[in-house]
Design a protein around this ligand. Structure first.
Ligand code: HEM
Length: 116
């Protein structure tokens, strides 16, 4: 079975997706810079492509790394909203958008560290 990484079109499309996502996110001043590379490297491995994040930084401990930021339902939904729009804008195919949306949602929901 092909990985999401392969079905997406590899690193080129993931790079586009992350650029588009951060363009949409850039309204939020806390969320730039090196983050683009980190999310690109992370998603490359998370979709079944090269484990570039782990090669550089080791285990991601994502939930722990998000602890400094207050993440409730609103922040989760804002993150999801930008990622869904980014997938649409980059032209990820519809079936894969659904699969990835479900997978992103699980991860984003796991990052919540605020009651609301
Ligand atoms: C739920 C809403 C989320 C919010 C509000 C959020 C916010 C943030 C913020 C503020 C940073 C720090 C950026 C920086 O250091 O410049 C960050 C880092 C990161 N986020 Fe998120 N994030 C969310 C969900 C996610 C999800 C769902 C994923 C993965 C699918 C993810 C993956 C990452 C990665 C890989 C990093 C870099 C970690 C590192 O420092 O090595 N985030 N996030």
């Amino acid at each position: 079975m092909q990985t999401h990484y392969e079905r997406l079109g590899g690193g080129d499309v993931i790079r586009k997706l992350v650029d588009r996502f951060y363009d949409l996110m850039d309204e939020d001043p806390d969320y730039y810079g090196e983050s683009r590379n980190k999310l690109f490297w992370f998603l490359s491995g998370w979709t079944g492509g090269p484990p570039e994040y782990i090669d550089r930084f080791g285990h991601p401990f994502l939930r722990r790394r998000h602890m400094p930021f207050a993440i409730g339902e609103a922040e989760r939904d804002q993150w999801m909203g930008c990622m869904i729009r980014a997938m649409q804008d980059v032209g990820v195919d519809a079936a894969m958008q659904q699969e990835l949306t479900a997978a992103f949602f699980k991860t984003a929901d796991f990052m919540r560290n605020q009651p609301g």
